[in-house]
Design a protein around this ligand. Structure first.
Ligand SMILES: Cc1cc2nc3c(=O)[nH]c(=O)nc-3n(C[C@H](O)[C@H](O)[C@H](O)COP(=O)(O)O)c2cc1C
Length: 404
């Protein structure tokens, strides 16, 4: 009996060890290969430690809307500077109902250093095991040469975390809702470049808006495919008539919705099924992103921001525009690495398929549409706080064709 129990214990220990190994083995070897969670993802089920050393499940702390700041440690001057800068937005964030949690690999006993240096009003948490950073997809392994270099500067990562994993987080900011999902994500592999306080504040205001649960999409009907192909054309003149919510639901599903719920696969193909493209949806009322799994719209900004959807004036009055953003961080396959040129090509092709779905749906419904490269990608990225791995590919404007 005891032999059996010992074997069982060994087996369990082995499985746990293999499990841990698998987790660490899947951590990328460099900061530019991390795959951060994006808006719509579930907050991972992970434990962190509070300053007094007690463990707490991160989800249990999300009793109010939360800004989660991942930083490298109290030893990192850029992190302390950034934490200090974000202090500018602190009062406004609190007014909006947010709490701010700042998470680093530092041991609980070390957290006080950041507080003293920055005189912060945030709650600091220890992720010394790096479970949270891994859950959010931002952990990477520091190579031996860099470890040595850091030691030369008096920075000892093992002493900071009390662990020998040699993992660090890519500095990142997530906004978490009380529904346990990510509302906004910003991560930058270059630890010197951080999210501006104004961009965080704007994202926090946007995320405080309402999620729109779309009605179930109509998944059959329409005109025959060959007739739709015959009708497909670009239209650049639209009436002011709005697009009803059911039609918007059908259109988004046709564009890039889930057509095989058992596997989560979509109406448009994507290279390696990376599903790298996010649709930003612009209406006179606001800006959202389309979350296909839940078939819903996640709030980005309230109010009329259609000038950011395109440079041509017909875009600014049209009832609906999409801007397609490709996430290059999703373009990874095992150890294979892909060039920036390749990712740009793949992102463009993936978006092209979605945009043709939109053209054909519009042809079927009598709607007008035009694909547009004319988007100010730089302004868009700044205003909506895109991470450097998120690229504006192009846009598409949709509406009822005007009579003239
Ligand atoms: C990638 C791409 C970018 C485009 N960019 C613009 C644009 O910025 N502005 C515009 O008015 N039309 C734009 N178009 C629409 C083309 O001008 C249009 O598809 C072309 O003239 C052929 O017309 P058709 O779509 O009616 O067949 C774009 C089309 C594609 C595929």
């Amino acid at each position: 009996m005891s032999v059996k129990r010992n074997v069982l214990v060994l087996l369990i220990a082995g499985v746990v060890a293999m499990g841990c190994h698998r987790v660490f083995a899947s951590v990328p070897e460099s900061a530019d290969r991390v795959k951060p969670l994006s808006a719509g993802a579930d907050i991972p089920d992970v434990s962190v430690m509070q300053a007094d050393g007690s463990a707490v499940n991160l989800r249990d702390l999300l009793t109010q809307p939360t800004v989660l700041i991942f930083y490298r440690g109290g030893w990192c001057p850029f992190c302390n500077m950034h934490l200090g800068q974000l202090q500018e937005a602190h009062a406004e964030l609190v007014k909006l109902g947010y709490q701010i949690l700042a998470i680093s690999p530092d041991l609980p006993a070390k957290l006080a250093e950041s507080v003293e240096k920055g005189d912060l009003g945030y709650t600091l948490l220890s992720d010394s095991t790096m479970a949270a950073a891994q859950g959010f997809g931002i952990a990477f392994r520091v190579d031996d040469a860099t470890l040595e270099k850091y030691k030369g500067y008096g920075i000892d990562l093992e002493a900071a975390s009390g662990e020998s994993h040699h993992l660090l987080p890519v500095p990142a900011v997530f906004i978490a809702g009380t529904d346990g999902t990510v509302k906004f994500a910003y991560a930058n592999a270059d630890y010197k470049v951080r999210l501006e306080p104004a961009a965080l504040l704007a994202a926090a205001k946007g995320a405080a808006g309402e999620t729109v649960k779309l009605p179930a999409p109509r998944q059959s009907g329409g005109i025959p495919l060959l007739d739709a192909l015959k009708q497909r054309r670009s239209v650049r003149s639209f009436s002011e008539k709005p697009i009803e919510q059911q039609l918007l639901s059908d259109l988004l599903w046709a564009a890039f919705g889930v057509n095989r719920p058992e596997s989560g696969m979509r109406t448009a193909p994507s290279s390696y099924n990376w599903q790298d493209v996010t649709l930003y949806v612009f209406t006179p009322e606001g800006v959202w992103t389309y979350e296909a799994t839940g078939h819903r719209l996640l709030p980005v900004r309230q109010g009329d921001h259609r000038k950011l959807a395109g440079l041509q004036s017909y875009v600014w009055d049209a009832p609906l525009s999409f801007v397609y953003v490709s996430d290059f961080a999703k373009m990874q396959q095992g150890d294979e690495s892909f060039s920036a040129d390749y990712k740009l090509k793949i992102g463009g092709i993936d978006v092209g398929h979605i945009s043709q779905n939109v053209y054909l749906f519009c042809a079927s419904e009598g709607l007008g549409a035009v694909a547009r490269a004319s988007v100010d990608a730089k302004a868009f990225a700044e205003v909506f706080g895109l991470s450097p791995h998120q690229h504006v590919m192009f846009g598409q404007t949709i509406g009822w064709p005007s009579e003239d």
